[in-house]
Design a protein around this ligand. Structure first.
Ligand code: BES
Ligand code: ZN
Ligand code: ZN
Length: 494
């Protein structure tokens, strides 16, 4: 369960307490006994520990010494990871509550510490009878003279200088990350395209965004040959869910559109994925989940910005009616695509969604997709690949948010030469390139369906983990939600 972060103006005796400091020299007199002080010093100086903990019978005391590190981004990420570690220790003690004390005016690090602790508390237990291992931590109180004292007030004037996150906003975003992870972790046996769209409808009701689900008939009427083509091998109909957050005080007339790949299961289709490579392919809707939950968080926070989310969804299966290599599909924008590999299905459904996005005359479109294995091989799990077309400044800003949230972006080029590689002999385009630079040729393919400032994020690496990486636990990570929320809040405060 998500622990709630709140602000408190007092610390009590006998509570679990974390002191956030940059040096042991400032540790408050009177709080620690002489022997405690010498223990803390020894742990830090001799054993090089940055988290020192000890038990006072009724409660636990932790001292977190912020690493000396010039880069604010690295300091924040180290603080999140430390928060996750202390959270694990608290859970092992079956603790429900902790107070994090910003003793020296390091509010950003203190909040990041709480953030890592909260995000690391996530578990996906829906299908487990034995909930014994359930985390107990429920409440994280921050004691600080330096953070926004009114958590939860929305539309508060953000502080553009420091951009210290509002703890109220942090709860909203953490909750969105949790819900995003839940959707990704759901197996395809539950999360069909139809159920996925129903889940987004629920999200819309909860956050006040308008949600419309387009069914198969509607997609046929719109001639979305990409989505319909991929869906041909499935026993389940496709859906295309549109989410709209359009507050009266929006700073933009033309919307910013988030598009997400919503393949609820990718078997590869007729080009069936071999061996273990089909494992985890329930995560192939991570982009769509992140797009929906980014809109959700923005709406929950009532940010004054006009945002649209487009989430095309289907599974990719080799049923008897499935498309086969060589088939030609006619896409929503009228272009034709020769399908040379049915496992390159994400770009087919995204192409229709990107083409559909043109009707909004968008200010900017950002898509997120678990699109290519090549992105995983190139970058691994610690960042996504980013490409832009007509949006160089926007990608720079987004990448800055990537460092800030540690949902990082590595830029790849969109040079025209790569576009040559996806020209087809029989149709306008083919859906795979010759093999090299698979992430870029996929991006070039998508670009053909856009006519607006466009950013493509291939999140195949960081969307899902086989092994926990600190507060990004095993399974869906929710990558993209924190990134987009930070980017949009920054954009409207400028
Ligand atoms: N969903 C996969 C990409 C993927 C791979 C995501 C590994 C997460 C982890 C995508 O639909 C796919 O199968 N891509 C193919 C494209 C190829 C056929 C050109 C790939 O990357 O192998
Ligand atoms: Zn595929
Ligand atoms: Zn896929």
């Amino acid at each position: 369960m998500l622990p709630k972060i709140s602000i408190t103006d007092r610390t009590q005796e006998l509570e679990n307490l974390v002191l956030v400091v940059s040096t042991l020299k400032t540790l408050p007199d009177g709080v620690f006994t002489a022997s405690e002080m010498s223990y803390i010093r020894k742990q830090h100086k001799e054993l090089k520990k940055d988290i020192i903990s000890y038990n006072r019978l009724e409660n636990w005391i932790y001292v977190y010494v912020i690493k000396e590190e010039k880069s604010e981004y690295k300091r924040l990420e180290a603080s999140r990871k430390a928060g996750n570690k202390v959270g694990e220790m608290l859970n092992s003690q079956k603790a429900a509550k902790v107070v994090v004390f910003d003793h020296e005016n390091h509010p950003a690090e203190t909040l990041a510490f709480a953030e890592g602790m909260a995000l690391g508390n996530y578990q996906f237990l829906k299908y487990k009878a034995d909930k014994e291992k359930k985390n107990t931590l429920r409440k994280i109180e921050i004691y600080s003279e330096f953070v926004n004292r009114d958590p939860g007030i929305v539309n508060a004037e953000p502080d553009p200088g420091s951009r210290i996150p509002d703890p109220g906003f942090m709860n909203i975003v953490n909750d969105a990350v949790y819900q995003c992870r839940d959707l990704i972790n759901e197996p395809a046996s539950y999360l069909t395209a139809t159920v996925f769209s129903k889940e987004i409808e629920k999200l819309g009701k909860d956050c006040g965004a308008k949600v419309e689900v387009m069914n198969k008939k509607k997609l046929e009427a719109l001639q979305m040959g990409g989505i319909l083509g991929v869906n041909q091998g499935s026993h389940e109909p496709p859906t295309f869910t549109v989410m709209e957050w359009k507050p009266a005080d929006a700073v933009n007339k033309k919307p910013i559109v988030f598009v997400g790949k919503g393949i609820v299961f990718d078997s590869g289709g007729m080009n069936l994925k071999p061996g273990d490579s089909m494992l985890n392919m329930k995560d192939d809707m991570s982009g769509a989940a992140a797009a929906a939950l980014a809109v959700y968080a923005i709406a929950k926070a009532k940010l004054p910005v006009y945002i649209v989310g487009l989430m095309p969804a289907t599974d990719n299966r080799p049923g008897t009616k499935a498309i086969v290599p060589g088939d030609v599909l006619k896409m929503h924008n009228g272009m034709t695509v020769e399908v040379l590999n049915t496992d390159a299905e994400g770009r087919l459904i995204l192409a229709d969604a990107l083409s559909y996005a043109r009707k909004y005359k968008p200010e900017l479109v950002i898509d997120m997709a678990t699109l290519t294995g090549a992105a995983v091989r190139a970058i691994g799990k610690f960042a996504c690949a980013g490409m832009e077309s007509g949006a160089p400044g926007e990608l720079l800003e987004l990448a800055e948010s990537g460092f800030k949230t540690s949902e990082r972006i590595v830029e790849l080029p969109m040079w025209e030469e790569y576009g040559e590689l996806i020209k087809s002999e029989v149709a306008d385009l083919k859906n795979i390139g010759p093999g090299d630079a698979g992430t870029i040729t996929a991006g070039k393919f998508l670009e053909k369906f856009t006519d607006y400032p466009y950013i493509h994020l291939d999140i195949a690496g960081p969307a899902f983990l086989d092994k926990a990486d600190s507060y990004r636990g095993i399974g869906g990570t929710g990558f993209g939600v924190r990134l987009l929320f930070d980017y949009i809040s920054k954009r409207i405060s400028k």
